[in-house]
Design a protein around this ligand. Structure first.
Ligand SMILES: Nc1ncnc2c1ncn2[C@@H]1O[C@H](COP(=O)(O)OP(=O)(O)O)[C@@H](O)[C@H]1O
Ligand SMILES: [Mg+2]
Length: 469
């Protein structure tokens, strides 16, 4: 890859509104902080790495660098095709397009470098024959398609199905033939860090043998406040709103966090299991299901095994946006056929859907438990009681696991799977199971005393069918 080291500070066009940050540190500061890493390093490393990960706290200057890099490829290599993805279509409108506009220095369509912009289709064309497509990872399969010369993926941490998205996207990096001789296709990802053991961590940073060692990845990282463009007001907000250890690690320091950054004390090491972590069939008391209705927001079914100690194991998930409403009941039945007889505790707001499940012979009921009671119970389950947590997630439930790391009970977001296992577990507990004392966390209320309904829990012996991995 020769001749590609176009000096980054040199605008490709006089209108280009971007100069990468190269913070001025004294030699001793540099040694102390080992600062080699900044936007310039990230850009220049395009020669050394086909895969680059730029990971900083909130506001570290990632998106700006990522978009500038995208424009660099489009403009420096005429006739090439690139794809820019955000976790959601909304984020493309809210974050990406404004950044393209800022760097191009005027309205996208009015830039002399641009020959056409189709907002609806998400296609940006340049006068030099290059094209940029915009997409999202909401539905990872939708990213399958023709070959690409480069991909820019922003905020990959917020992509629920990371692994599938990564496979789909990286398989498209075959090149269109438009890159100059000797250049290979490239992908760069800019993101706030995810927790260790998350799928993103496993793909890019895991030092053990399961990572694909052929992937040569350049990782660039710095603290959010190393960005010299930030004002004190913004910095104070970030300091003030990120208080847990995990939030400080991820959102301030820009490091892989030891735990989830959401409300629950979620730790991949403790709460994610494989088949070996499932209870022995003798220890299984019952199976229940949670169902959360949704269309644009995903429709979710979870299968939950309850053991004789009332520990919950979320063993299977169906988690999909834009799922055909007519197919919902059938999908629930598939779950029942696979995991065994058990009650489906469903979001109460769609009685007609619940009736559809009953028509298919499923024991379906509306969730009647209170959100706050359920949140207390769930939060308590993440702590170790008697040396072990009381909630586990099978590694195949990737979307629900992802939500656990992000879920903030104060915000009605990333909660579809969270509502779903809450319905299932609370439904089970209030129809006969035992509840558990909520632990620590000074800022949480005492658990409300639940009416003891001494309905015998359904202790049907169920055939737990285990899936191979
Ligand atoms: N090289 C730069 N020159 C000028 N402003 C910058 C530069 N890099 C980042 N910024 C500004 O810093 C702020 C945060 O940058 P952004 O890329 O949005 O951060 P992140 O994506 O890491 O959250 C934005 O206002 C952005 O315009
Ligand atoms: Mg950003």
């Amino acid at each position: 890859m020769i001749a590609q080291r176009l000096p980054i500070g040199t605008p490709l066009d006089p209108n280009f509104q971007y100069v990468p940050h190269e913070p001025k540190y004294s030699a001793s500061e540099k040694r102390a902080k080992a600062i080699k890493q900044n936007q310039s390093n990230f850009h220049n490393a395009r020669i050394d790495y086909d895969i680059r990960l730029l990971m900083t706290g909130k506001g570290g200057g990632k998106t700006k660098a990522g978009v500038a890099e995208a424009l660099y490829w489009a403009l420096a290599y005429p006739g090439t095709t690139g794809l820019v993805v955000e976790p959601t279509l909304k984020m493309i409108k809210r974050i990406l397009i404004p950044e393209f506009t800022r760097i191009l220095g005027r309205g996208i369509k009015r830039s002399p470098l641009v020959s056409g912009y189709n907002k609806q289709e998400g296609i940006l064309e340049f006068t030099n024959g290059s094209t940029i497509f915009f997409g999202s990872t909401e539905d990872p399969e939708s990213n399958e398609g023709a070959s690409l010369d480069w991909i820019y993926w922003d905020e990959a941490r917020l992509t629920k199905k990371f692994e599938l998205s990564w496979l789909t996207l990286s398989s498209r990096l075959r090149g269109t033939g438009a890159l100059p001789e000797g250049m290979t296709p490239s992908i760069w990802i800019t993101t706030t860090p995810s927790p260790m053991k998350s799928d993103m961590w496993k793909t890019f940073a895991n030092e053990s043998d399961d990572r694909d060692r052929n992937l040569k990845i350049g990782i660039f990282s710095w603290r959010f406040d190393d960005n010299i463009a930030l004002d004190d007001n913004y910095k104070n907000i970030i300091y003030g709103t990120n208080k847990t250890d995990a939030q400080i690690e991820a959102f301030i320091e820009g490091k892989w966090s030891s735990m989830g950054t959401g409300t629950y004390k979620f730790d991949h090491n403790r709460h994610v299991i494989d088949d070996k972590g499932l209870p022995h069939p003798d220890q299984v008391k019952t199976v229940v299901y949670g169902v959360d209705w949704g269309y644009v927001h995903p429709f979710v079914i979870l299968a939950i095994i309850i053991d004789t100690e009332d520990r919950a194991y979320i063993v299977d998930e169906f988690h999909k946006s834009y799922f055909e409403p007519d197919m919902r009941a059938k999908k629930c039945k598939e779950f029942r056929d696979k995991w065994g007889d058990g009650t489906f505790f469903c979001g109460h707001e769609r009685p007609e859907e619940i009736r559809k499940l009953r028509k298919l012979g499923l024991d379906a009921r509306a969730n009647k438990t209170k959100r706050d009671d359920g949140l207390d119970e769930m939060a308590g389950r993440f702590y170790d009681t008697d040396g072990s947590p009381r909630i586990f997630f099978h590694e195949r439930c990737v979307s629900t696991i992802w939500e656990c790391t992000e879920y903030d009970i104060k915000v009605k977001e990333n909660d579809d799977g969270q509502d779903c296992y809450r319905y299932g577990i609370m439904g089970y507990l209030t129809s006969g199971g035992r509840t558990v004392q909520v632990m620590q966390k000074q800022n949480r209320r005492e658990p409300s005393r639940r009416k003891a309904k001494h309905l015998q829990a359904q202790t049907t012996s169920i055939p737990i069918k285990r899936r191979g991995r």
